[in-house]
Design a protein around this ligand. Sequence first.
Ligand SMILES: C[S@@+](CC[C@H](N)C(=O)[O-])C[C@H]1O[C@@H](n2cnc3c(N)ncnc32)[C@H](O)[C@@H]1O
Ligand code: SF4
Length: 364
Amino acid sequence: MNATSLYVHYPWCVRKCPYCDFDSHPIGKRALPETDYIDALIRDLQGYPASQGFRTVFFGGGTPSLFSPGSFARLLAEVFVTRGAEITVEANPGATEHRELEGYIEAGINRLSLGAQSFDDSRLAQIGRIHSANDIASCFHTARTAGFCNINLDLMYALPGQSPEEALTDLRAATDLKPEHISWYQLTIEPRTEFANRPPALPDIDTVIELETEGRNLLAEHGYRRYEVSAYALAGKECQHNLNYWSFGDYVGIGAGAHGKLTHGASVVRTVQPRQPRRYLAEPCSPAEQPVIAAELPAEFMMNALRLVDGVPFEHFEASTGVPWEHLASQWHEAVQQGLVRDTHIAATALGYDHLNALIARFL
Ligand SMILES: C[S@@+](CC[C@H](N)C(=O)[O-])C[C@H]1O[C@@H](n2cnc3c(N)ncnc32)[C@H](O)[C@@H]1O
Ligand code: SF4
């Protein structure tokens, strides 16, 4: 098996945020089926051939930090990882305790991704978060004390009513904490969310462009290099797990609603587990496999690779899609002539990156 990454999905949250379309269910007053879920994850993992060792493991959600360190330790004992593997857990500052953060490190986790979103208490309340700005800072310091030396903060911008200055204040508060990585996402209104049903008034396009320009400058001044559309890192601290997705690598996905991507010879399949936790827990089923139509592989590859500021070598294209690069060469050459992409490897120029969606659309 070529998969070098493992994604593990935890489909529960304390409460559902009104903007979120991730596969997550509010737990309400019910108890988490913690033991049963870890049993199911282990069964799920055992359905795959032995890997040569995962280079990255990502516990995402939902809110994985609702699970105790002992549960992570039990699962990780079954996962074969390479030396120095990046092992990340996502945590919500409103659903994490000190004791747990130390325990996560003891379980083998070495990277923490904190859902901060904003450092403004009224904005946090407005977007339905269960924590305050103080909770973020105290969770961050606790994580440092516990021994986490690789921390990401997730932030969102273009929040309802947010001015450019407010967004920059959020970024300053984030950089003051000196995390190794910042994911800075524009709030999008997703179908079938509470915000889609009662849309809040969002900042207009000129405000968004202004705050993005100033925000990116601020991040660069603090040493955070943009290496993907929404990802900024200190040197050498890029998220290896996400880099594997964007460079179209294979990964195993386990857990309710988890997706995976596996290459078998010349064909690529996507694996999908049932979204409903109850169904996932009830049936120790192997995931549904959806073959990716060969003709769609080049477009999928380009959609991912062009997001990376540094791009990928031309050779990766044929290795991942089975299609010789020559098939795209003349289209690529035209884009080179227009100053949109590089002639040395698959990557956008600064101009092309400013019009990324239009650039990607050329290769779909
Ligand atoms: C699975 S959540 C992260 C961890 C944890 N569940 C939490 O929220 O604290 C992944 C991240 O995606 C971002 N996100 C979720 N929905 C979004 C939306 N509609 N627009 C922009 N970013 C979004 C948030 O920054 C969020 O932290
Ligand atoms: S806590 Fe995270 S995953 Fe859960 S609903 Fe909110 S944004 Fe979505």
